[in-house]
Design a binder for this molecule. Structure first.
Ligand SMILES: [Zn+2]
Length: 236
């Protein structure tokens, strides 16, 4: 999913030989902006309601900062790659060793346990587990059975949210130029449909976060390109 988005981002990072700048540069896109799209025809052309134009900010030293779109996108890409390769988020060890490490330490709240804790060969045993774990439910989380840490769901949600923002900028800032002009707009659509279908099906994106491209999503849902099942699973 990240590979598809990266491919589309590369389109706007391509340097225009006439100007010597990337299509998406600090002058063309001084902020990471998106808007609310109102579809005006069947070619998915959009007008933007400037009144509801929104700008994404990046947290810098705990404070939101408006940075140019290309810088924002580069940071998102680096951050996502870092997350994907972070064993605390996506463990590379087999589930049993993750489980035994977690149980042995008795500290399921610290994600660092997964990356720094020693691999314990002994199988997980209920005798060494804290009482709270024996009682069930309390320590259940999405992805637990597959060996993913407790913060897994929240991490995936924040990755999806940032990826969505990149799509919002691609559509808002670059739908016409370059995508439409170089005839790659349908490719952008299919990457976005794939992304948003997965995000909705696994309920990883809030309705509020989806708002900047809601008009587009509605069209794809109406056309059946985004399957009904995904819509039904999406509670927002
Ligand atoms: Zn841009």
């Amino acid at each position: 999913m990240n590979r598809l988005l990266t491919g589309m981002i590369q389109v706007i990072q391509e340097v225009d030989t006439n100007t010597g700048f990337a299509v998406c540069n600090e002058k063309s896109c001084p902020t990471m902006s998106a808007g609310r799209y109102v579809p005006i025809n069947e070619h998915y052309c959009f007008t933007t309601l400037t009144s509801s134009r929104l700008t994404y900010t990046w947290l810098e030293g705990g404070r939101p900062a408006k940075i140019p779109a290309p810088a924002y996108i580069t940071r998102v890409q680096k951050w996502i790659v870092g997350k994907i390769h972070d064993p605390a988020t996506f463990p590379t060890d087999p589930p049993t060793s993750v489980a035994s490490t977690a149980f042995a330490s008795g500290d399921t709240s610290s994600p660092a346990t997964y990356s720094t804790g020693p691999a314990i060969a002994a199988p997980p045993t209920s005798l060494s587990a804290p009482l709270s774990q024996l009682s069930g439910q309390q320590n259940d989380w999405v992805g637990k059975s597959s060996g993913f840490p407790p913060n897994f769901h929240a991490d995936v949600r924040s990755i999806i949210k940032q990826m969505f923002r990149c799509y919002a900028h691609l559509y808002h800032g670059h739908w016409e130029s370059p995508f439409w002009h170089i005839n790659r707009h349908l490719e952008l659509n299919s990457c976005f449909v794939h992304f948003v279908t997965v995000a909705m099906y696994y309920d990883l994106l809030s309705r509020k976060d989806m708002e900047p491209l809601q008009g587009l999503v509605d069209i794809f849902v109406g056309q059946g390109v985004i399957p009904r099942e995904a819509v039904q699973q999406h509670s927002g």
